[in-house]
Design a binder for this molecule. Sequence first.
Ligand SMILES: *[C@@H]1O[C@H](CO)[C@@H](O)[C@H](O)[C@H]1NC(C)=O
Length: 171
Amino acid sequence: MATKSPLLAALLVLAVIMAPHGAEAGKELPLAIISGIVPCSAGNSINAAVAPPFPNAAMQMVCGRVVMASGMTDRSGMYTMKMGLATSSLLAPLLGNQCKVVVITLLAVCNASLASVTGTLTASVQLLGIDSGSGSGILGGLGGLIGLIGQIVGGLLGGILNIIPLPFSTV
Ligand SMILES: *[C@@H]1O[C@H](CO)[C@@H](O)[C@H](O)[C@H]1NC(C)=O
């Protein structure tokens, strides 16, 4: 996510938590979705476009200690996980940078040479934006993010809330 300031992030989290729960009860919360490619590689900030893909890898979206979604990569290492509606219980940990994508399947499964790698493929995530049907809206910096959160908690937006993973690292 674009937020550099921890204080600002904390304020955003607070705004989401304190927001009237109209959106929860509401009509048009966006559906939160995360998708990406898992590399069959070890290292730091792995470039998934260059690394070989990790097919049939079991994975989870974890926020804090809560598993928010599970999924599996396809033959090309691609995955999509649906996290349900973007309620404040999902948005708050997202904005607090507490969410990550974790690959459960061991790296040795896709490449026996990686059996000695200690650590788990893990990627932080960021909010990308809303695709409400009329083309995808990439967030325009922090102002855009604040506006987006306002609209979500206000229950004004339907559509898809895209969450994208940052590059994987073995940690
Ligand atoms: C398996 O991993 C090793 C060590 O990183 C690498 O040299 C090799 O190219 C990988 N093999 C495949 C098929 O990706």
